[in-house]
Design a protein around this ligand. Structure first.
Ligand SMILES: CC(C)(COP(=O)(O)OP(=O)(O)OC[C@H]1O[C@@H](n2cnc3c(N)ncnc32)[C@H](O)[C@@H]1OP(=O)(O)O)[C@@H](O)C(=O)NCCC(=O)NCCS
Length: 384
């Protein structure tokens, strides 16, 4: 396998957008290619993530983005892996470049949901659960993650403040991120006073519905030895699957797909969790951040929420987690989310995150989950 680098990256500001997912993806993809110092014609394959294009009357968006970039002859695939779609796209691009099928590939994820009301968006999202068993019986993602949060708080001695600390920290980080949907800090009292959405999850335990687009270019250093930016070396790119429906799982105190992906990623990278300088993890709900940190091996089971309250995961803490603001506050435009996590790592490493810098940027990990863990992707990056 050839070494693979991330050599350019771009993102728009998440939130409610006027442009379509296709338009946003094309614009951000062009920016990422420019950022990499390449021409569109140097891209050998494009990997495009988009889940809800049908709500905009647009499927098969990949070739249309290539049309917009002026490279209609370049092959493209449009991928769907629920909330982990664009990290799955990065994995496919990695395999392609590492295997020598392309010297450079574009990864872009885009989603637009702002034209849907909360009820409709919740309904569309729920199709990513197990339809006959979960969705058809009324399950929604806030409800499914509330089930995991309930199991956690009954198994361990937690307080609402422990989960509140995750929300307060991620809002504080997002307030310093120009790409973030919510650029405002919240207090613990604001968290505690916020309305209940699906007990025990309150408003500020939940990510919002966001529109957004994020893109990156990956390339082989033997073909492009002089990158325009400090590249991210992809040390591991791992995808896993797991039993999808919660009722078929034996353990609700973790996500098996994350546990396996983390273990395999550390094995391939030849690193241990203590060697990671900062992380972007999938915090669609605050409980998800706690579970991710335990499943990936950063904290013992039952302790991650408490560590957040103690400040361990703050930007200036021992292990900065979600310096971007995470899904909770940077936002969760489904198919852009995984690529957006890598944009954050790229910006941190290239000194483009003023006001939200983490102290050390030698190694980073990104973790992106599909639904309640039916799929998971973990990447580990390091500097050259
Ligand atoms: C939590 C949730 C139900 C709130 O939806 P809602 O009650 O319809 O909220 P609205 O869109 O009417 O917004 C009302 C206000 O709350 C804010 N808001 C909405 N969602 C928010 C969130 N998750 N966190 C913080 N603030 C939020 C809005 O910005 C708005 O603020 P404003 O009055 O200052 O403009 C919705 O955001 C949600 O379902 N989130 C989860 C999405 C999800 O399941 N994703 C998949 C994960 S696997």
């Amino acid at each position: 396998m050839r070494e693979v680098w991330v050599v350019g990256a771009a993102s728009n500001r998440y939130g409610k957008l006027a442009e379509t997912a296709r338009e946003a993806a094309t614009r951000v993809a062009a920016e990422a290619i420019r950022d990499a110092g390449l021409e569109p014609k140097q891209i050998g394959h494009t990997f495009v993530a988009n889940c809800f294009g049908l709500t905009e009357h647009q499927a098969h968006v990949g070739p249309l983005i290539n049309n917009g970039l002026g490279i209609p002859e370049v092959p493209s695939v449009t991928l769907e892996s629920a909330c982990s779609s664009s990290s799955a796209a990065l994995h496919e691009a990695f395999v392609h470049v590492a295997g020598g099928f392309a010297d450079a590939a574009l990864v872009v994820g885009a989603e637009r949901l702002g034209h849907l009301d909360t009820m409709s968006a919740t309904g569309y999202f729920a199709y990513a659960a197990d339809y006959p068993f979960e969705t058809k019986n009324g399950a929604t993602f806030p409800g499914l993650y509330a089930t995991l949060a309930d199991a956690y708080r009954h198994a361990y001695r937690t307080t609402p403040e422990m989960f509140g600390a995750i929300a307060v920290k991620n809002h504080a980080n997002a307030a310093r991120n120009p790409h973030a949907h919510f650029q405002k800090e919240i207090s613990m009292q604001t968290y505690l006073d916020s309305p209940m959405i699906a007990s025990p999850l309150r408003l500020y335990d939940c990510c919002p519905f966001s529109d957004g687009a994020a893109a990156m270019v990956v390339a082989a250093p033997d073909a492009f030895p002089r990158p325009a930016n400090e590249p991210l070396v992809v040390r591991a790119s791992v995808r896993t699957g797991a039993v999808t429906a919660l009722q078929d799982r034996s353990d609700l105190l973790g996500l098996p797909s994350t546990q396996r992906a983390g273990k395999e990623a550390f094995r391939r990278a030849g690193l241990e969790p203590r060697r990671i300088d900062f992380l972007e993890v999938h915090d669609c709900f605050t409980i998800a951040e706690a579970l991710a940190l335990e499943d990936l091996g950063f904290f013992p089971r039952g302790s991650a929420a408490r560590e957040s309250l103690e400040g361990t995961t703050a930007r200036d803490g021992r292990l900065p987690v979600n310096p971007s603001g995470g899904l909770k506050a940077k936002g969760h435009p489904v198919s852009a989310t995984g690529a957006g996590q890598v944009v954050e790592v790229f910006e941190q490493v290239n000194g483009r995150a003023p006001g939200r810098e983490v102290p050390r940027t030698g190694t980073a990990l990104t973790h992106n989950v599909g639904a309640t863990g039916g799929s998971c992707t973990v990447h580990i990056f390091s500097r050259r």
